[in-house]
Design a protein around this ligand. Structure first.
Ligand code: 13P
Length: 251
């Protein structure tokens, strides 16, 4: 944790949830709270409904999982940042490795989307992380640094932007880096943020993501420069998500 920074525990629901179970999940999460800020990121189809269900619930914010770089236009199937704002989102996840892999999103695209999000006051959560081959080749830090440099626009710090470090090989696998490796990578990210944004970079939240579960949350969240978690699978189970949030609060 970074002193004086409120942790953020974000649930990335990915492509999960029909109306009934999405609403039930949101309502269950709303019963939690405490020291950490909570965020749920449902699929587009549930965004408005979840936002409505959580209206008046200061403890839990709503976010989206992607946006287009343009505010509107002929982009069939895409959703813009103003549309997300209009639907009740306050945050948006950008550059998730699944988008980078499934949709060929490179750093320039992520940067453009991040600018679009910031332009309408959405807080961007920009994801970075190396593949297993890159880690084995000793290139993890270089890859993450390159992604940060290419994906974060000017003004990112002023927007309160969040960085999520998600090693690709730890997502959905039950495997996590060692505590030493997480600490080293988060320190490198912090150094880059400070170099780029000065004092403001020292207070930006850096989340860890990749197989965060109730059983490993407390030690991970206690690490220096780990200011919360981006949670996939465990965010679909209310008790697990709230246990992770409680671990953040306890540190
Ligand atoms: P898991 O928690 O399922 O590993 O997913 C992590 C993730 O990709 C969150 O964005």
């Amino acid at each position: 944790m970074t002193p004086g920074v409120r942790p953020l525990i974000a649930g990335n629901w990915k492509m999960h949830g029909l109306r009934a179970d999405g609403l039930a999940l949101a309502r269950a999460v709303a019963k939690g709270g405490g020291g950490a800020e909570l965020l749920v990121c449902p699929p587009f189809t549930l965004l408005r409904e979840v936002a409505t269900a959580l209206e008046g619930c200061a403890a839990v914010a709503v976010g989206a999982q992607d946006c287009h770089a343009a505010a509107k236009g002929a982009h069939t199937g895409d959703v813009s940042a103003p549309m997300l704002r209009d639907a009740g989102a306050r945050f948006v996840i950008l550059g998730h490795s699944e988008r980078r892999a499934d949709h060929g999103e490179g750093d320039a695209a992520v940067l453009a989307k991040t600018e679009a999000a910031m332009a309408v006051g959405l807080v961007p959560i920009v994801c970075v992380g190396e593949s297993e081959a890159e880690r084995l080749a000793g290139e993890a830090e270089a890859v993450v640094t390159r992604q940060l440099d290419g994906s974060l626009p000017e003004g990112f710090a002023a927007s309160g932007g969040v960085v999520a470090y998600e090693p690709v090989w730890a997502i959905g696998t039950g495997r996590t880096p060692t505590e030493a490796d997480i600490t080293a990578m988060h320190a490198a990210i912090r150094a880059r943020l400070v170099a780029r944004f000065g004092e403001a970079g020292a207070k930006l939240r850096i989340l860890y993501g990749g197989s965060v579960k109730p059983a490993n949350a407390a030690p991970i969240l206690a690490l220096e420069n780990v200011d919360g978690a981006l949670v996939g699978g465990a965010s679909l189970v209310p008790a697990d998500f709230l246990a992770i949030a409680a671990a953040a609060k306890a540190t």
